[in-house]
Design a binder for this molecule. Structure first.
Ligand code: FAD
Length: 440
C-alpha cells in the first residue's frame, strides 16, 4: 500500500507521519526544495530569518503533538501564564496577564485594569465576553456575520474592537475584526480566552522554523522508510487514483492533496470536487507582512509585545533565534496586511521605524542597522463571513483522493493547529479507505 501525499507543509507532514506510524508506505511530493510549507526560514546576511513570525497557544494540542513526534517540542517556549504587554504610542502601555483564578475568571482582573480602554468600555467588554461565551461556534448562522458587527451590536465601539478584540482576532484569523467570521472568532475566543485556564498561554519557537518543522520532518519521514521528493511538482491528480509528477504518472492506493486551496481546485478533476456547493476555490487569500528591524542595541526588554493605536500589531525579539551577535533584531508582524503588501520596503521603513520609536522609548536612542521585509501575499485564506461554508471536509468524490490543509473544514482558523488537524483527519480517512481496498 503506497499513499502519495502532495504538499509538504504541516498538513502533509502530519498526514505522512501519522500514516507511517501505522505501517503505511508514503511518498511525499513537494514542489519547493524544503519541507515546512508556509513555515520556512532562509539565511540573509548571516542571520536566520523566518518568512514570518509564528506563534501558537497552549490549546493547540495537535500542533504540540506534532512537535513531540518531530522531537522538537523543547525548541519552543510556552509562557508559564498568559502575559502580554500592550504598547501604546507615547503612552504607558498596559499588561494583559492571567490571574491565578479558575476560568473564565482568570482574565477578568486584567480586563478590569486594561488602561487603553475607558472604564465604561471595560465594563461593556466584560458584558460582551459573557455573551460571546454563550455562542456556539459551530452554529452555521455565526458564519454569516462579522465579529465586528456582532461586537458593535454589544456596545463594543470601534476603539474597543481594535484595541481589545483585534489583538486576538486579527492575529488568529489574519482578518480585521470587522471583516472576520464571527463563527471562527467565537471559536478562538471560547477555546483560548474562556477555555481551560492555561489555554491562551503563548508559545514561541526558540529556533528558526526550518529547524522546528521542515528539517526534522524530512529526516523522520526518510528514516521511517518514506520517500520524499523535493522540487517535484504535481501537475494532475486522476480519480484512479494517480498523481502526475513532473510529467510522470505515479500510481497510488490513495492520494492526499495537502496543497493550498487554489492548487487543490486546479489539480482535482472537476467531477471529484466535494459537493456542488463547495465553492472552496473562492476562499481567496489574505496577506501577512513582517518588517524586520536590526538595532545596534537592545530596545525591547521582553520576548514579544503587542501594540494598539499603531500599524504595528505585534513585535518579536528575534535576536537569539536569528543568531545575531550584538544589538537586537525585532520582527514586526502585521496581519490582514492588504494596506501594506504592495508598499515598497523604503516606505515601510519610513512608516514603521518611527512607529517603533513612538512605542519603544529605548529605540529613540538606538541606531537602525538594517530593515528588510518579508511578504506573504497568500498567507491564509480570507476568514471572512461566509468562508466557513466554503471549506470542504477531507473526503472528495473520487474514492481514494482526500484533501488536507489548514483551509479545509477543521473547525479551526487557518493556523498551524488547523494544518496538523487536517493532516491527521486525512490520514484517518486514508487508513479506513485502505482497509476497504485490502478487504476487496
Ligand atoms: C507569514 C505567516 C505567519 C503566520 N503566522 C502564524 C502563526 O503565528 N500561528 C499559526 O498557527 N499559523 C500562522 N500562519 C499560518 C500557518 O503557517 C498555516 O496555516 C500553515 O502552515 C498551513 O499549512 P498547510 O500544510 O495547510 O499549507 P502550506 O504550508 O501552504 O503547504 C502546502 C505545500 O504544498 C506545496 N505545493 C503547492 N503546490 C504544489 C504542487 N503542485 N506540487 C507539490 N507541492 C505543492 C507548497 O510548496 C507547500 O509546501 C502564518 C502564515 C504565514 C504565511
Amino acid at each position: 500500500m503506497n499513499v502519495v501525499i502532495v504538499g509538504g507543509g504541516l498538513a502533509g507532514i502530519s498526514a505522512a507521519m501519522a500514516l507511517q506510524e501505522t505501517g503505511v508506505q508514503v511518498t511525499l511530493v513537494e514542489a519547493r526544495p524544503w519541507l515546512g510549507g508556509a513555515t520556512h526560514s532562509f539565511r540573509r546576511d548571516g542571520l536566520d530569518v523566518d518568512n514570518g513570525q509564528h506563534v501558537f497557544l497552549r490549546c493547540c494540542t495537535a500542533y504540540q503533538g506534532l512537535l513531540r513526534r518531530l522531537g522538537t517540542d523543547h525548541l519552543a517556549t510556552v509562557q508559564d501564564r498568559f502575559d502580554v504587554t500592550v504598547l501604546t504610542p507615547g503612552g504607558r502601555g498596559a499588561r494583559l496577564r492571567r490571574a491565578p483564578l479558575p476560568s473564565p475568571l482568570h482574565l477578568l482582573p486584567a480586563l478590569a485594569r486594561y488602561s487603553p480602554l475607558s472604564p465604561a468600555d471595560r465594563l461593556r467588554a466584560m458584558r460582551a465576553s459573557t455573551a460571546l461565551r454563550r455562542l456556539d461556534p459551530a452554529d452555521p448562522a455565526l458564519d454569516e456575520v462579522s465579529a465586528g458587527a456582532w461586537l458593535a451590536g454589544r456596545g463594543q465601539r470601534a476603539w474597543a474592537r481594535e484595541a481589545l478584540w483585534g489583538l486576538f482576532i486579527t492575529a488568529s484569523l489574519n482578518a480585521e475584526v470587522d471583516d472576520a467570521s464571527l463563527g471562527l472568532s467565537a471559536m478562538v475566543c471560547r477555546r483560548a480566552l474562556f477555555g481551560r485556564t492555561g489555554a491562551a498561554d503563548i508559545g514561541v519557537p526558540s529556533v528558526p522554523l526550518a529547524e522546528l518543522h521542515g528539517g526534522p520532518a524530512l529526516r523522520r519521514i526518510q528514516e521511517a522508510g518514506g520517500t520524499v521528493r523535493l522540487k517535484a511538482k504535481a501537475e494532475e491528480v486522476t480519480a484512479d487514483p494517480k498523481v502526475v509528477v513532473d510529467g510522470e504518472p505515479v500510481a497510488a492506493d490513495a492520494v492526499i492533496l495537502a496543497v493550498p486551496h487554489e492548487t487543490a481546485a486546479r489539480l482535482l478533476p472537476a467531477e471529484a470536487h466535494p459537493g456542488p456547493d463547495a465553492r472552496w476555490h473562492a476562499l481567496d487569500a489574505s496577506p501577512i507582512v513582517n518588517v524586520h528591524v536590526v538595532y545596534d542595541r537592545p530596545v525591547l526588554d521582553r520576548p514579544f509585545a503587542a501594540a494598539v493605536g499603531s500599524p504595528v500589531q505585534w513585535i518579536f525579539d528575534r535576536t537569539a533565534v536569528s543568531g545575531l551577535g550584538s544589538g537586537q533584531y525585532l520582527a514586526v508582524s502585521v496581519s490582514a496586511a492588504d494596506r501594506w503588501i504592495d508598499v515598497p520596503t523604503a516606505e515601510l521603513r519610513d512608516r514603521f521605524v518611527p512607529e517603533l520609536r513612538r512605542l519603544l522609548p529605548a529605540a529613540r536612542r538606538a541606531r537602525v542597522r538594517d530593515v528588510f521585509v518579508t511578504r506573504e501575499r497568500r498567507a491564509t485564506f480570507r476568514q471572512r463571513p461566509g468562508s466557513g461554508a466554503r471549506r470542504p471536509g477531507a473526503a472528495t468524490r473520487a474514492t481514494g483522493v482526500f484533501l488536507a490543509g489548514a483551509w479545509t473544514d477543521t473547525g479551526w482558523p487557518d493556523t498551524m493547529e488547523g494544518a496538523v488537524r487536517s493532516g491527521l483527519t486525512a490520514a484517518r480517512l486514508v487508513r479506513r479507505h485502505l482497509e476497504g481496498v485490502r478487504d476487496r
